[in-house]
Design a protein around this ligand. Structure first.
Ligand SMILES: [Mg+2]
Length: 221
């Protein structure tokens, strides 16, 4: 991991998990529920797994399958509003900001590649005085849920925008979808397993290294 991070030309950070837990004060359940009620009120039939989901991103993925584009966009708008509200009460990941600052201070480009809305990420950066450390913030595009990780689109775009070859970039993320997106885009990947049972799936997805906390990055950033 030390070598990976040290040799990287550019470093890409996932947002939710790596820098903070966005749904902390405003819970993921409440967020998912609000978006689902937009769909429910519009009469969209929901698959059983979605009715009980606590993952707003899972709901965002489902929007790709909603035939009525207007309803899908209305639900996406609601999710964007909820994410923005959630930012105020988001819980910073221990060591996350420090790692982000340390990489930026090393003079290398840093980017954020998130399945959350870019507006929510920008709002979080502003709230925590991290704006200006990166000018590349990529997030979920309205009406294009298929562009979310594990699709490589956002990772590939980030590499282009920081003007680095994918092979010279490393992505740090806490989800299997982060690792899958990184591998598909041709970057290296560091998995963040904040709980012991999260390590094996990240490794299986092809993570080049797995860390147990963002503080692990500090010594070498
Ligand atoms: Mg994440």
């Amino acid at each position: 991991m030390h070598k990976l991070l040290h040799q990287a030309e550019a470093v890409l950070f996932d947002f939710d998990g790596s820098l903070c837990r966005i749904f902390a004060t405003l819970t993921d359940w409440a967020a998912a529920d609000r978006v689902l009620s937009v769909l429910g009120l519009a009469g969209v039939a929901l698959p059983p797994h979605l009715i009980t989901t606590s993952d707003p991103i899972e709901v965002a993925r489902f929007l790709a399958t909603v035939d009525d584009r207007e309803i899908a966009l209305r639900a996406e708008q609601e999710l964007r509003a909820v994410e923005l509200e959630a930012v105020a009460g988001a819980a910073p990941t221990p060591g996350g900001h420090e790692a982000f600052r340390a990489v930026a201070a090393s003079g290398r480009p840093v980017a954020i590649v998130s399945n959350n809305s870019p507006e929510a990420v920008e709002a979080y950066l502003a709230l925590h005085r991290l704006t200006g450390l990166t000018d590349v913030v990529l997030g979920r595009m309205p009406g294009r849920p298929g562009s979310m990780k594990p699709h490589p689109y956002l990772v590939t775009m980030a590499c282009m925008l920081v003007e680095a070859e994918p092979g010279g970039c490393v992505l740090i993320g806490d989800s299997v979808t982060d690792i899958e997106a990184a591998k598909a885009a041709g970057t290296l990947a560091i998995g963040l397993a904040s709980q012991p049972d999260r390590a094996a799936p990240l490794q299986a997805a092809g993570a080049d290294a797995v860390i147990t906390g963002m503080t692990d990055l500090l010594a070498t950033a």
